[in-house]
Ligand binder design. Structure first.
Ligand SMILES: Nc1ncnc2c1ncn2[C@@H]1O[C@H](COP(=O)(O)OP(=O)(O)OP(=O)(O)O)[C@@H](O)[C@H]1O
Ligand SMILES: [Mg+2]
Length: 617
């Protein structure tokens, strides 16, 4: 087995053309519920900026009016100016606290909603989507991209608004204070404008590269950890590490480039700011000497100038964060924009009531003992191909009467798993229909479909939690008695009771020690508890030893009783409990009959059966 290489990253990262618009719409939908808060914050921004700007006015006032008056013995104007200054300083502190706090709370609420929305959406996406895209890509959406949006919303947005407003207010104040000096101060912006323009496009591409490269690092990491058994078994660690460090280096370089832009910009703004100040001092001194300007005005001017050029640094940082965050939001929007191909009906139809009176389990307390017969399953003229691949099932017709146990056999790639994925509606057929008791699967609501048709997968996935929790997945409301009854039915009860903590044993600690047969029994117990009409099972190919195989086989027979079943059989013993055997080849049924009929015949199955027999002796 060769390790899959993820050269298609660029392709999976491709975004729809109108994604910027979609990202904006997404942002609006997230922000709208908080519009009252945002208006409130906008008012705070205006007040804060105004207070910051007004401070030096009091200083100018103190110097130009207060000090001369004090010299003349009138302390009033000076005290008044100082009091205003102190009050504005305190008010500004209170506003800073309030705004930081409220911005934090609001940003976190927005992020919370966004994370939930992405998770819910991703879970709803069809299996086809998940088979196409790597989970690492989704992990990077949910982690690094979220982080980037969060950084911008929590730390940057408010600061940016504040900086812009402050500069605007200062510009107005400068003009009011002294027009010639204001013109000198604004002149500094001319070179800054050109520098910003020049930096803009390189910054943008550097930031795009950081988003893409960090996603690749995460994808690679998740893939490696997900396949750690294979990685270790085939000693691929050096290769995996090599690839990771290549990708990590690209991330490093992209970040370095982005930060170099920031550094250049910071340097230039500082330099231009300082040059402007020097010019202001020279020109201002001359104006004061000539008597055209007062010394207080000049002092205020210099104070303002620091505040005028100061926020530019922040704006540069904010601009970068903004670029990074908007690239991230676009990627998140693209995930949310993907619609599941398998959709729930708007007007679902109900399945007919069970013919034999075996009502579906009405209450969760009752151990699932039901005299049901399962439901009939039909495939009418079904054709299916994956995405843009060739037809896997060219034309498939099949009738399975209620309660029949069908074993599906055939060479690898014959389309067995595909058939099963259609029956469980992980995919919809391209043509034709699949019906359960005459009702099209596409007309069933998801709840009814999932409780009627249950698939037991090869991997018998165990989630973190106790053994009881893992069995209860079949029916989350089931009582402890029902869980025990299900475990007993599949012959797992005795084993569980021998564990130190019994049913409360944490699977995480035990998971590794559960044998593959025991895992399979857990998944059977789940099915028993779920009590579906139709069971679909992709049997593990792993060879169990004969006693375990017997155990699993008995459990399977118990679980399947009174249900319709399709089992992809890899074992002889499984075929033996089936009522009917279907042999598949290239998406078609080539043999169909009872096990005995087929064994005594001369077809593919008879040969296969002989080979099985021989392998047992
Ligand atoms: N997600 C997928 N996307 C594209 N093609 C797929 C996908 N899954 C399976 N196929 C293709 O469909 C064909 C049938 O595959 P399928 O998994 O149904 O075979 P199978 O009979 O279950 O084989 P096996 O016994 O090895 O499990 C194969 O040619 C396979 O390459
Ligand atoms: Mg398969």
């Amino acid at each position: 087995m060769s390790m899959p290489r993820l050269d298609s990253d660029d392709e999976i990262e491709s975004l729809p053309p109108d994604i910027a618009k979609k990202a904006r719409a997404l942002l609006m939908s997230l922000v709208r519920p908080h519009s009252a808060m945002i208006i409130f914050l906008a008012v705070i921004v205006v007040l804060t900026a105004a207070l910051m700007v007004i401070g030096p006015v009091f200083i100018a006032d103190a110097l130009d009016q207060g000090v001369p008056a004090a010299i003349d013995g009138d302390m009033g104007p000076l005290i008044r100016a100082v009091t205003f200054f102190v009050v504005s300083a305190v008010a500004s502190a209170i506003l800073a606290f309030t705004s930081t706090r409220l911005v934090g709370i609001t940003a976190q609420k927005i992020l919370f909603t966004l994370r939930e929305r992405v998770f819910t959406h991703v879970q709803r996406l069809d299996l086809g989507y998940h088979e196409k895209s790597t989970s690492g890509r989704l992990v990077s959406r949910q982690t690094s991209d979220m982080e980037s949006v969060q950084q911008f919303l929590s730390y940057s947005l408010f600061e940016t608004a504040l900086a812009v407003l402050q500069m605007l207010f200062i510009a107005v104040t400068l003009v009011v204070l002294d027009v010639p000096l204001a013109i000198v101060a604004f002149a500094g912006f001319v070179p800054l404008f050109f520098i910003t323009k020049a930096a803009h496009s390189t910054q943008r591409s550097a930031y795009r590269r950081t988003r893409t490269s960090i996603a690749k690092v995460i994808v690679h990491f998740v893939e490696t950890m997900g396949g750690i058994r294979a990685v270790q078994a085939y000693r691929r660690q050096p290769e995996r590490r090599g690839t990771l460090s290549d990708q990590d280096a690209r991330y490093r370089d992209a970040n370095t480039d982005a930060l170099r832009g920031v550094a250049w910009f910071a340097g230039w703004t500082r330099l231009i700011g300082n040059i402007t100040q020097t010019v202001i001092i020279v020109v201002g001194a001359w104006l004061v000497i000539e008597g055209w300007t007062q010394i207080g005005v000049l002092a205020a001017f210099i104070l303002y100038l620091r505040r005028f050029y100061g926020p530019l640094d922040e704006l540069v940082q904010a601009f970068n964060l903004y670029q990074s965050a908007s690239a991230a939001l676009e990627k998140i929007a693209a995930v949310l924009d993907t619609d599941p191909e398998v959709v729930e009906p708007t007007q679902p139809k109900a399945l007919p009531a069970h013919a034999s009176g075996g009502a579906p389990p009405a209450d969760n307390d009752a151990a699932p003992t039901r005299p049901a017969t399962g439901r009939s399953l039909d495939l009418d003229g079904v054709r299916f191909a994956y995405a843009d691949g060739p037809d896997v099932l060219p034309r498939f017709d099949l009738h399975i009467p209620a309660g029949q146990i069908v074993a599906l056999v055939g060479a690898t790639g014959a389309g067995k798993s595909t058939l099963v994925k259609l029956v469980t509606r992980f995919y919809d057929p391209s043509v034709g229909r699949i019906t359960l008791d005459e009702v099209d699967l596409r007309d069933l609501d998801d709840g009814q479909l999932r409780s009627s048709v249950v698939m037991v997968t090869q991997e018998s996935f165990l989630f973190a939690g106790t053994i009881a929790d893992n069995i209860r997945i079949g029916n989350p409301g089931a009582s402890d008695e029902a869980v025990v009854a299900a475990a007993t039915a599949v012959g797992l009860d005795a084993y569980i009771r021998r564990l130190p903590e019994g049913y409360a044993t944490d699977v995480k600690k035990r998971g590794g020690r559960l044998s593959s047969g025991q895992r399979q029994l857990v998944s059977f117990a789940r099915v028993f508890l779920a009590d579906p009409d139709v069971v679909v099972l992709d049997e593990a190919t792993a060879h169990l030893d004969i006693p375990s195989e017997r155990l699993v086989q008995n459990a399977l027979a118990t679980v399947l009783e009174g249900r319709t079943a399709i089992i992809i059989a890899h074992r002889l013993s499984t075929v033996e409990i089936a009522d009917r055997v279907l042999v598949m080849e290239s998406g078609r049924i080539i043999e169909d009959g009872t096990p005995d009929e087929l064994i005594s015949g001369t077809g593919k199955f008879a040969q296969l059966h002989q080979a099985w027999r021989d392998s047992l002796v």
